[in-house]
Design a protein around this ligand. Structure first.
Ligand SMILES: C[S@@+](CC[C@H](N)C(=O)[O-])C[C@H]1O[C@@H](n2cnc3c(N)ncnc32)[C@H](O)[C@@H]1O
Length: 712
């Protein structure tokens, strides 16, 4: 059968070959049948109809003869043959500032000397850096109004077209080598997914839209570095040529990212490098600061092997023919002329003056940081800071604006901050945003403690606008459709609205009923009461409440409702991942964590200082029943604080304002310790009742906030 099919394919290929063998001029202009073709049979066995060819020729050139080189993928053109453009206006939406991170605590602040520290601040206030949680297409479209033509350098490291999820390890608690930590499989979390779906066409479509937006964001002297590898480098180069123009191609950097190993290359050629494609916004006038690369030690040893009478190592090179006698005389006086055995004069280059060579496009001197190194965040695809230091130093100046719209663990921002650049970063992953926020707070603290300048930053998201856009684009507007998709990802049975006795109950999972909150709403305690009553009315004792946003302190308030109605409520935030294009697998559903805290008052000579004590924490755990998770659950019940990765306090919180980080503590790879009573010694300006907000991020990157009333 397969053989038969192959034969037919071969026949079709012959027909095509014969047709194309016909010269484009001559008889074909009269549209005559091609000789010989009539003998050929169609795949169905019948004779092939004589092909009548159009009148191609100098007066009517065949389209192929005038075609430009272009990479085409499915979806690039619409049904009418028009190039699909990014709908910038349709994607632009207001940004929500959800957190402000202004005042890193130094060691002095930790010791309660905040006022003194504040006076000595080295904070630069010309710009607030931005970390944005959301799909970068929407993020960039939303930033364009403010930043079109204003970004000096963009570096991106998009996930490759791998079609697989990346995972990461999640350490727990204070100690290295924690018992639970060993059992990695149970702790692996999906850090980010391959958002491109499964095909090259969808990858190219996604990338070309985003590169187009980056092109718009760049200043005339700006440039873009795209980090990729052999899988997509050749394709991206063509897309970049199209978006920027081949004249803006500045280079293809080969970064030897792997050290040679005995295992690689045993059965085929080993792969050891990543590709970084470098384009400038304009062909001329781009910003470029040449970098000196230190010579390799082996090269120095081999080349600078001669030693002069003063004991200085040198290498010798021939003297340029245009060198004047005076110059040679001067060099001789300086001891820089070497005379060979044959009496030829050569110039000496001393080892102690060899400060390296000008950067070229092969980088072999930057290595991945060791997995245990201080700077490692645990993010699987984290790139070395040395790599970003080179790129940012070469392509931008201090004070310039540097962006990374696929920021991962935030390497670009961390380096930009250290080099005195302003930055904007975005990522769609919850874990990426958490990792980056923590990393950048740490950079701020370190710079501040060293008396070096740093800038504040804010965390933004697109809030409900992103969901509305998704509903509009992907779900074509219908709210019932939104509920159906949510329930499908939750793997629950969808209840026919006509048959459900309450409009508040939308699905069933096992013996529990399900409520799906509206796409725009914040699920409040009042709604929870109505849902619990409806579930009780349908004879259920358990109900899942699936919502995009929950009212502050929902857990505590639900406890009273449960007691009142006899229905156990499970508040589950709808994971943003379900909005990813082409996603089919269900992302983890994590219950809202249990968090309790209370104020701690201390009398001082000046008055009262306030701190917050965490009294209970039960992390968000996935709704999966397996043995490993059961172990984690037990551990979480016993020592929930071990699952806290980061916590912060806004001592004077207002519902309509972003969360202001007055104080934070967090674990790092190096320092796993974490306090459960804050050390802020916060002083309120005057007596009164205040609301403090406590934000806890657990080791899985899930964020929980509660409020605490403070009376001073
Ligand atoms: C290879 S990682 C970047 C690693 C980074 N260079 C570092 O040093 O940590 C790629 C990142 O792109 C993010 N990403 C993928 N698609 C995205 C999208 N459409 N919008 C924003 N971020 C996206 C992923 O969540 C992931 O964190």
């Amino acid at each position: 059968m397969a053989k038969e099919r192959k034969k037919k394919t071969d026949r079709i290929a012959t027909v095509k070959a014969r047709r194309s063998a016909v010269p484009p001029t001559g008889d074909t202009t009269r549209g005559i049948a091609v000789p010989g073709v009539a003998d050929v049979k169609t795949p169905g066995g019948g004779p092939v109809p004589p092909p009548f060819l159009p009148r191609w020729g100098p007066n009517n050139p065949h389209p192929l003869s005038t075609m430009k080189t272009e990479l085409v993928w499915e979806g690039k053109y619409d049904e009418w043959g028009n190039r699909r453009e990014v709908d910038i206006a349709g994607c632009a939406m207001p940004m929500q500032r959800i957190e402000t991170i202004d005042q890193p605590r130094s060691e002095a602040a930790a010791a309660g000397q905040l006022a003194m520290f504040e006076k000595k601040t080295t904070r630069v206030d010309d710009f607030r850096n931005r970390l944005i949680w959301g799909d970068n297409k929407l993020v960039m479209a939303s930033l364009l109004a403010e930043f079109k033509g204003k970004i000096d350098l963009i570096y991106i490291d998009p996930p490759f077209d791998v079609g697989a999820d990346f995972t990461m390890d999640v350490p727990i608690g204070d100690e290295d080598g924690d018992v639970v930590q060993k059992d990695q499989s149970a702790l692996e979390m999906v850090a980010y997914a391959d958002t491109w779906g499964r095909g090259t066409a969808s990858y190219l479509g996604m990338m070309s839209e985003r590169l187009r937006l980056m092109f718009e964001m760049l200043a005339d002297h700006g440039s873009l570095f795209v980090h990729c590898d052999w899988r997509v480098a050749s394709l991206l180069r063509l897309v970049l040529d199209q978006v920027f123009g081949p004249e803006c191609y500045r280079g293809h950097i080969v970064w030897r990212s792997m050290t040679p190993s005995g295992f690689k290359g045993k059965t085929s050629l080993g792969k050891s490098y990543d590709d970084i494609l470098y384009y400038s916004r304009k062909a001329t006038g781009f910003r470029y600061n040449p970098q000196k690369i230190p010579y390799d030690a082996a090269y120095l040893k081999q080349r600078f092997s001669k030693v002069d009478e003063k004991g200085r190592n040198f290498k010798d090179e021939k003297i340029g023919t245009a060198t004047s006698d005076e110059t040679i005389e001067r060099l001789r006086k300086e001891g820089r002329i070497y005379v060979t055995a044959q009496g030829t004069l050569r110039i000496k280059h001393f080892l102690d003056e060899a400060d390296g060579y000008f950067m070229d496009d092969v980088w072999t001197d930057i290595f991945h940081e060791n997995s245990q190194a201080d700077g490692r965040t645990g993010y699987a695809t984290q790139k070395p800071e040395a790599l970003l230091t080179r790129i940012i130093s070469a392509g931008s100046n201090p004070g310039d604006l540097v962006a990374d719209f696929f920021c991962g663990s935030g390497t670009t921002g961390a380096v930009a901050e250290k080099l005195g650049r302003r930055w904007i970063m975005a990522d769609l992953g919850r874990f990426a945003i958490h990792t980056t926020r923590k990393r950048l707070i740490d950079v701020q603290r370190t710079l501040s403690a060293e008396g070096k300048p740093y800038r504040s930053f804010d965390v933004h998201n697109l809030g409900r606008y992103e969901r509305q856009w998704w509903q509009q684009e992907a779900l074509k507007g219908a709210d019932t459709e939104h509920r159906r998709v949510v329930l499908e990802f939750f793997k629950a049975e969808i209840l026919d609205p006509a048959k459900s006795s309450s409009p508040l109950i939308h699905g069933r999972k096992g013996r529990a009923l399900c409520h799906v909150d509206g796409i725009d709403g914040i699920f409040t305690a009042a709604e929870a009461r109505e849902v619990a009553k409806a579930a009780a009315g349908m004879g259920a004792t358990e109900c899942y409440c699936l919502a995009w946003d929950f009212e502050m302190d929902i857990r505590q308030r639900m406890a009273a409702i449960e007691a009142e109605t006899g229905v156990k409520l499970f508040p589950l935030p709808i994971p943003k991942e379900i909005m990813e294009r082409n996603r089919k697998d269900s992302p983890p559903w994590l219950e809202v964590a249990v968090l309790e805290a209370e104020p701690v008052y201390r009398k001082t000579k000046e008055g009262t200082t306030v701190d917050i004590k965490l009294t209970k924490f039960l992390p968000s755990l996935a709704q999966i029943d397996n043995k490993e998770l059961e172990e984690i659950r037990k551990r979480a019940i016993k020592s929930g604080f071990d699952f806290i990765d980061f916590w912060a306090i806004d001592f004077d919180w207002h519902a309509d304002k972003p969360f202001n980080h007055h104080w934070q503590d967090y674990r790092t790879r190096k320092d796993r310790s974490l306090v459960t009573v804050s050390t802020a010694g916060y002083e309120y300006p005057k007596a009164g009742t205040y609301t403090a907000c406590v934000k806890v991020v657990d080791v899985f990157g899930c964020d929980t906030s509660i409020t605490v009333q403070v009376k001073v």
